[in-house]
Write a protein that binds this ligand. Structure first.
Ligand SMILES: *[C@@H]1O[C@H](CO)[C@@H](O)[C@H](O)[C@H]1NC(C)=O
Ligand SMILES: *[C@@H]1O[C@H](CO)[C@@H](O)[C@H](O)[C@H]1NC(C)=O
Ligand SMILES: *[C@@H]1O[C@H](CO)[C@@H](O)[C@H](O)[C@H]1NC(C)=O
Ligand SMILES: *[C@@H]1O[C@H](CO)[C@@H](O)[C@H](O)[C@H]1NC(C)=O
Ligand SMILES: *[C@@H]1O[C@H](CO)[C@@H](O)[C@H](O)[C@H]1NC(C)=O
Ligand SMILES: *[C@@H]1O[C@H](CO)[C@@H](O)[C@H](O)[C@H]1NC(C)=O
Ligand SMILES: *[C@@H]1O[C@H](CO)[C@@H](O)[C@H](O)[C@H]1NC(C)=O
Ligand SMILES: *[C@@H]1O[C@H](CO)[C@@H](O)[C@H](O)[C@H]1NC(C)=O
Length: 473
């Protein structure tokens, strides 16, 4: 499409000049709105650009734009091997059903751009269940495609100037509570079988179920997200890396009705068969509020294994627990080499919580001999206030959780504290400089629990400064 070109010097200056130019441009290209140039950080920049309105979208909050999103992304997919393309979502309320992303592509939401998830089920295509889960989480049959979905992609970015994606989840939460779901609810964003993913600088609200779900993917950066859902909304986990490798999650603020972050890798015999671990994951500078769930959960679906997870400088205010490891007989696999350093915690039931009897099986086909191996779990430099129980560490009777290390921890118990601050069964490990005094199964030893000093490959990925220029299409 042709677009009015104008000199940069015209753009600089008082707003009225920009407005006049904007309306002139609109006269010449009636189907398009005129946007100012801007810069933004991303792992990759794009040669081609388009604005959602080029494809007939209407931002009135009522018109369905599913066709416009699909047409825009189909059109821009032709540039995958020619420098890639970015789609700009301008200010407005853009109602849409599920749509699919493409490779070498950036979806950019400007400030005051709001993508609204449709509450019309016919706008949500169905997908098969995830192979590592064997069934849907809400219902055994298939599942709805996520609002923003991508599979088998390379180099895909969803970012913005803090634009909003609103899943309008109340419709789905009601159906869940009334047990009317015949398919599993859609996630807000799901990217499968993909490499090089960035999801950043957005506000995500009211997802039908989990917000951000990368699965069977690698080289992922998720940062600068504000994720908000009512604290009583069902299964609104914030960020769930699932069978993913090399993941960097930083500077996120999450208020939700379920775990703020949950690292997963598949469910019982289905997860064991797929056998894809979640590994090389760093989580930094997270703030979490979730009164009935964990700041970071590992599991309960962990049947592909979870290893090399690093969690640093995190804050929880009013959660049920800080880091929670959840597993069960039948899960198999392992959770190992987990390193946590620097937690600032206020108001929670359990600071340290491990559960070997989580149960919750997809069906009766699980193998009772598939015991999870939980080992090498390290926590240091923790301060906590207003805590009911310092630690509940519960292994499995013929399968103890081993190599637990806890050092430099100060926990102030609440007025409602339980008589026993620690309760440990079927675990072993060491402890140093911890108040209140830990259970006997954690032996006193002069030690500083380890935290890796090397960097994960994903930590070395730098953002480039990319730009949008309204005259280059
Ligand atoms: C889609 O791409 C083609 C180039 O292949 C271009 O000519 C066309 O104008 C684009 N469609 C829209 C609506 O921009
Ligand atoms: C999106 O991708 C899924 C899975 O490949 C497919 O089933 C669905 O039809 C696609 N949707 C569109 C609108 O192309
Ligand atoms: C996507 O990748 C997976 C795993 O490599 C493969 O099994 C599947 O067939 C691919 N799907 C498509 C649509 O290419
Ligand atoms: C983004 O928007 C949310 C919701 O309005 C706000 O809480 C947050 O502070 C904003 N983030 C930035 C970086 O401006
Ligand atoms: C996100 O926003 C922050 C503050 O607005 C900015 O400093 C940062 O560069 C942005 N990062 C990305 C990856 O968009
Ligand atoms: C102990 O942890 C606190 C944070 O809770 C930290 O400020 C302090 O430096 C740590 N002490 C040592 C010796 O590492
Ligand atoms: C302490 O925790 C209780 C819940 O156990 C909560 O009701 C109370 O407001 C908290 N007090 C402070 C000072 O945060
Ligand atoms: C300690 O934990 C075990 C295992 O979960 C439980 O059976 C027991 O009742 C707990 N003891 C106390 C005093 O809470």
């Amino acid at each position: 499409m042709k677009s009015a070109r104008f000199e940069n010097s015209y753009v600089i200056g008082v707003i009225s000049v920009v407005l006049i130019l904007g309306s002139l441009a609109e006269c010449r290209v009636p189907s398009s709105i005129k946007l100012n140039n801007f810069d933004y950080p991303a792992i990759n920049c794009r040669k081609h650009s388009a604005v959602l309105t080029d494809f007939g979208a209407v931002g009135d909050g009522k018109t369905l734009n599913t066709k416009a999103f699909n047409a825009a992304i189909t059109n821009l997919s032709q540039y995958a091997n020619d420098g890639g393309a970015q789609l700009i979502v301008p200010p407005g309320k853009w109602l849409t059903g599920s749509f699919n992303l493409t490779s070498h592509f950036t979806l950019f939401l400007q400030k005051d751009a709001v993508i609204l998830g449709s509450q019309d089920e016919s706008e949500w295509p169905q997908l098969l269940v995830l192979p590592s889960y064997g069934r849907g989480r809400d219902a055994p049959a298939g599942r709805f495609s996520s609002l923003i979905f991508g599979t088998n992609l390379t180099d895909v970015i969803i970012t913005g100037d803090n634009g909003t994606i609103d899943g309008q989840g109340s419709y789905w939460w009601d159906k869940f509570h009334k047990k009317q779901l015949t398919l599993t609810r859609p996630y807000m964003i799901e990217i499968m079988y993909s490499d090089q993913i960035q999801i950043s600088n957005l506000t995500l609200i009211n997802s039908p179920t989990w917000f951000v779900h990368p699965i069977y993917s690698s080289n992922i950066i998720i940062n600068g997200l504000t994720i908000l859902a009512p604290v009583d909304s069902p299964n609104t986990d914030g960020i769930n890396p699932d069978s993913c490798t090399n993941v960097r999650i930083e500077d996120n603020f999450i208020v939700s009705g379920d775990d703020c972050i949950a690292i997963k890798s598949g469910w019982d015999e289905y997860g064991i068969k797929v056998g894809m671990p979640s590994q090389q994951i760093i989580i930094r500078r997270l703030t979490c509020i979730s009164p009935d769930s964990a700041m970071v959960a590992l599991g309960s679906e962990m049947s592909g294994g979870i290893q090399d997870v690093r969690i640093e400088d995190v804050t929880a205010i009013n959660t049920e627990s800080a880091i929670r490891i959840k597993s069960a007989v039948g899960r198999g696999a392992f959770v190992k080499d987990i390193f946590v350093k620097g937690m600032d915690l206020n108001t929670m039931k359990y600071v340290f919580w491990m559960t070997g009897s989580y149960g919750d099986h997809p069906d009766n086909g699980f193998d009772p001999n598939a015991l999870p191996k939980i080992s090498g779990i390290n926590y240091r430099d923790v301060t906590a206030k207003n805590v009911t129980i310092a630690g509940k560490l519960e292994g499995i009777s013929n399968d103890p959780f081993t190599g637990i290390c806890v050092s430099n921890v100060t926990i102030e118990m609440s007025a409602h504290k339980k008589k026993l601050p620690w309760n440990c069964t079927d675990i072993s490990g060491v402890t140093s400089n911890v108040v209140p005094k830990p259970c006997e199964l954690l032996q006193e030893k002069e030690i500083e629990c380890p935290f890796p000093t090397d960097k994960l490959a994903i930590e070395n990925v730098q953002f480039k400064t990319c730009n949008f220029q309204s005259s280059v299409f």
